[in-house]
Write a protein that binds this ligand. Sequence first.
Ligand code: GLA
Length: 343
Amino acid sequence: MIIKTRFGATADGRAVDCFTLSNTGGMEVDLITYGATVNAIRVPDKAGAFTDVLIGFDTVAGHEQYSDYQGNTIGRYANRIAGGVFSLDGAEYHVEKNERGVTSLHGGGELSSAVWQALIVDDNAVEMTYVSPDGAKGFPGEVRFCVTFTLHEDNALRIDYKAVTDKKTVINMTNHAYFNLAGQGDILGHTLKVNADAFTPTDADSIPTGELRPVAGTAFDFRAAKPIGLEIGAPDPQLVQCRGYDHNFCLNAGDGPAAELYDPESGRLLQVFTDLPGIQIYTGNFLDGTRPGKGGAPIIQHAGVCLETQCYPNTPNMPDFPSCVVEPGQPYATCTVFKFSVR
Ligand code: GLA
């Protein structure tokens, strides 16, 4: 079932709608058209009690004033492009350097701050579309973005990303939800499992150095589930520099979950499935309690963990990374599933 309500309006007066999807088990997902955002996910714990497991905001103003991309759809290029520059077929493109004037982060925030058109396409699915003009934030091609959110009876939220371009371009879309399976406190006691034998270490600007570093013997080894907080304070320069995990993991091939997040207290389990090559694990290191989130509660450090399925960061400048180039006539199409259960 889907219920549509008016969520609010942007500061410049654009209406923002909310679509609440529910299944027969009672799971609910709130989607808002600002940023094609997953704004809330209410799922049961092992005793059957429902809690919202997303950190974020109750209002459009919250998103506009305090956002660290909470729940947003991200693009055109999720994560970073070094120096805000890349080349395609010999042409150099300069894209918005919205991170300290040094790097391009999340496509300059274009998709995450747009108000998307929404359509109920099935009794459990909403499609959101947004057309980005040629040259937006410096990226080539007019691109028609389409994100379809489907809530299944088995408590899986499926997100299908599609994009059609009229010029050769680069695309990397993700969702930036901050999960907290307890719905409160921090996520350091959650266990995490990531199906990755390697990760991409970064420089001081959070740009991958190009090395694919084996996780074996490092704090980045999540091949067996372990608490996120267990080694987050280890004296690994990669962790120190980012105040925790903020890294792309190179996913191993296979059909199983890319990642599993589990809260032993509530018993809630989140399994992430994707066809993409990477996943950014960001443990909310730079959240600092100064911004009010849902219910006015401060968003504290490590309040949530992002599981951002993606192409590797800075792929447009890294010929050895799996390609993110999209051509006319060959639409971009990827899928990520967030499946909830209890254990
Ligand atoms: C964004 C990025 C994260 C992290 C933070 C740092 O949210 O998506 O990976 O780098 O910025 O504030």
